[in-house]
Design a binder for this molecule. Structure first.
Ligand code: ADP
Ligand code: MG
Length: 330
């Protein structure tokens, strides 16, 4: 696979960045390990800069993105790699994770359907990523038992991988091999009490990571996401939908101060917000498109009293539009 330089501005939709600023990636397209691009994905400058900087020069480190759930850690990485055609080996860890899963194992395989099987060593994600220069992305890495993950220490520093079971095969790292991890903590354990199963990681392990703190997408970026995914919706209405989403989140987090706090067990993620907006436009001939779309995208999966609380929030912010004025446009 040939390497090429991509202009950062046009590749990531940040039009004020001159074309002289480039990021290296692969030329070939449609590789099976290159993630899908989401149209309208909004890149946050600072996060993008940090990811690109690490990809360009890892300097014997791995990269850790720390932040709350749904803040855009995983998609920030996969959407970046997708635009650079950089293949990615992605795994989401859990408490039962074992290092061996990353390395590989002997399996009974057969070449053609019906052929008698034979034993073959099947690579896990780590040797594949090392051999071909893919990014190894480990999500929720802080759920892993530190003893299981310490096998990565030398690999991060650039050592080859030795697979004793496979006749001592030695796999040297490709120059484009990178390791990126995400998690809700910063590796020091969970202080908030919000995240079950997070383990404090080994200091020697965390010492091998650059750490970036990823916060929730702000309302401005969220409006930009909407402006790209529902172009036809009037700007004023988009702003109100973002406002509704943030009011629901506040109540979910117990920060609304309305006396209704703590009653919601569902919340409105960016994903749900976008779905709500798209459906409201799709069903704009419906007598109450915003209500109908809200039911389909969120309230139908909430308990009846929660659905009612969410409707009240939306009605308070959207007023007449909630009651049926059709979203204009299109
Ligand atoms: N910058 C963004 N542009 C568009 N959608 C986003 C953006 N950030 C997050 N999202 C949406 O939020 C969802 C959750 O993001 P994700 O990367 O999975 O969060 P995390 O890994 O931090 O839990 C994504 O699937 C995507 O739909
Ligand atoms: Mg994630």
């Amino acid at each position: 696979m040939k390497l090429i330089n991509y202009p950062v501005g046009s590749t990531f939709g940040l039009n004020d960045i001159p074309d002289s600023v480039t990021a290296v990636g692969f030329e070939v397209e449609n590789h099976e390990n290159v993630s899908e691009k989401t149209d309208g994905y909004v890149f946050r400058r600072e996060l993008l800069r940090e990811i690109l900087n690490y990809l360009r020069a890892p300097n014997g480190d791995a990269f850790f993105l720390s932040g709350p759930t749904g803040s855009g850690k995983t998609s920030g990485v996969t959407e970046t790699l997708a635009r650079l055609n950089w293949p990615c080996q992605e795994i989401t860890a859990n408490g039962r994770f074992e290092f061996q899963q990353l390395v590989g194992q002997f399996k009974l395989v057969s070449r053609n359907p019906g052929d008698p099987p034979h034993m073959e060593y099947v690579y896990g994600m780590l040797p594949i990523a090392m051999k071909y220069g893919h990014v190894l992305l480990i999500n929720e890495i802080d759920l892993i038992d530190p003893a299981e993950i310490s096998g990565l220490n030398d690999i991060i520093e650039g050592s080859p991988l030795v697979i004793p079971e496979n006749a001592g095969e030695v796999i040297h790292p490709h120059p484009m091999f990178r390791i990126i991890a995400t998690g809700n903590s910063n590796g020091a354990g969970d202080n908030s009490g919000l995240y079950r199963g997070v383990m404090a990681q080994n200091i020697a392990f965390m010492d091998r990571f650059l750490i970036s703190n990823v916060g929730y997408i702000g309302p401005e970026a969220e409006e930009e996401i909407l402006s790209k995914s529902v172009k036809k919706m009037p700007k004023k209405l988009r702003t109100k939908l973002v406002e509704v989403a943030n009011a629901i989140r506040k109540q979910f987090l117990g920060e609304s101060g309305t006396g209704m706090d703590g009653q919601l067990a569902v919340t409105m993620s960016t994903r749900t917000l976008v779905r709500w907006a798209i459906l409201a436009m799709d069903f704009r001939q419906h007598p109450t498109p915003l209500q109908y779309a809200m039911d389909l995208s969120l309230t139908n999966r909430a308990a009846p009293e929660e659905a009612e609380a969410i409707r009240q929030i939306a009605s308070g912010i959207l007023g007449d539009q909630w009651l049926g004025t059709r979203p204009k446009g299109g």
